[in-house]
Design a protein around this ligand. Structure first.
Ligand SMILES: [Zn+2]
Length: 346
């Protein structure tokens, strides 16, 4: 991909986007911007992935659109979000700016392939997670961003990474680390009990999930190292390289008794195998609870480790996956291949 970008190869348009760490900007592969060094470039399969990683769209090559200049309304909103990512933009705020919300929805969707709300959310979340990745505390990030206390950004950030510093002295700490994987960026959270969460950062509902965990565990998520985070990072690298089929990092299963039963049953499905929702329900002794099993499967917060991707429809169809069907397919393909390799090697 780097070589394609060196040549500004137009056949890679729409295949990948690249983010430049030193500028925080992402581009299409034909952008005429100055050539960044290889170590400062990372690649994305979709513009939304680059936004979630904290990059903002380049104003020269306009990586969100198909080469046309954006409509003035879209341009205005893109600039407004860059200037004040933490601001609220509900219908009422848009109306107050003299902007018609339904026109916004239509134009943004047509121009960027996503709604304005998804764009704003991805951008805001990307910035917040970028700070976590850099190892900043909530307070540092607020100071850097220059946001006054009580601002929308602070609220959004607090929702994402925990209680505000002033109230943090009486709570525990959950350690968070940003991991890059071949299937996209993931957020891993652990404490001394084990790995508590591992999920793709673009997963819908991740913010809500973090808020729920912090409340339930009376703890606050802070960026940092932990031995279980180091361990899972190494094991995931081995897994994606096809050299590992099960994980040894301790996990902390936190859920209702029913969820716990489902998740423990999932842990018993080996790599290379799959199972239907009905079979899973039978295995926990509740053959009628197929729908509830499906829900518990979807509520799994230890992606890959608790292998909810190994559950498929009774007819063999892939059915849904919180991280997206493309990822489910890739995980199953990877496991099928690595199983063959292991069998060949005996
Ligand atoms: Zn560019």
């Amino acid at each position: 991909m780097y070589r394609a970008f060196e040549r500004r190869d137009p056949t890679f348009e729409g295949v990948f986007w690249l983010g430049v760490r030193t500028t925080g900007i992402f581009c299409r592969p034909t952008c005429r911007a100055r050539m960044p060094r290889r170590e400062n470039v990372e690649f994305f399969a979709a513009p939304a992935d680059a936004l979630h990683a904290g990059y903002r769209p380049c104003r020269k090559c306009r990586p969100l659109d198909s080469g046309r200049a954006p409509p003035p309304l879209v341009e205005r909103l893109l600039l407004a979000v860059d200037a004040e990512p933490g601001r609220r933009y509900r219908d009422a705020e848009l109306a107050a700016m003299g902007i018609d919300p339904s026109t916004t929805r239509r134009q943004f969707k047509r121009y960027c392939g996503m709604t304005f709300q998804s764009y704003h959310r991805a951008r805001r979340m990307g910035l917040a997670l970028l700070d976590i990745r850099k190892g900043k505390t909530v307070l540092d990030s607020q100071l850097d961003q220059g946001f006054a206390s009580g601002s929308g950004f602070r609220e959004a950030f607090a929702r994402l990474v925990g209680t505000t510093p002033s109230r943090a002295h009486d709570v525990g700490v959950l350690h968070a680390k940003w991991l890059e994987t071949p299937l996209g960026s993931m957020l891993a959270i652990a404490d001394d009990r084990g790995l508590i969460l591992l999920d793709f950062v673009d997963r819908r509902g991740l913010e809500r999930e973090l808020a729920m965990l912090q409340k339930r565990l009376k703890a606050r998520v802070l960026p940092g190292e932990h031995r279980f985070l180091t361990q899972i990072e190494r094991e995931l690298t081995e897994y994606f390289a096809g050299r590992r089929r099960s994980f040894d990092t301790p996990v902390a299963i936190i859920g209702s008794p029913f969820q716990t039963a489902v998740w423990n049953a999932l842990l018993k499905i080996p790599a290379g195998a799959t199972c239907s929702y009905a079979e899973l329900a039978a295995r926990i002794g509740q053959p009628k609870a197929v729908r509830a099993v499906g829900r518990a499967n979807g509520d799994n917060r230890l992606s890959i480790i608790v292998p909810c991707h190994r559950v498929i429809g009774a007819d063999g169809a892939l059915t849904g996956y919180g991280g997206g069907l493309a990822r489910k397919r890739k995980l199953l393909d990877l496991e099928a291949r690595s199983t063959e390799d292991f069998e060949l090697r005996g």
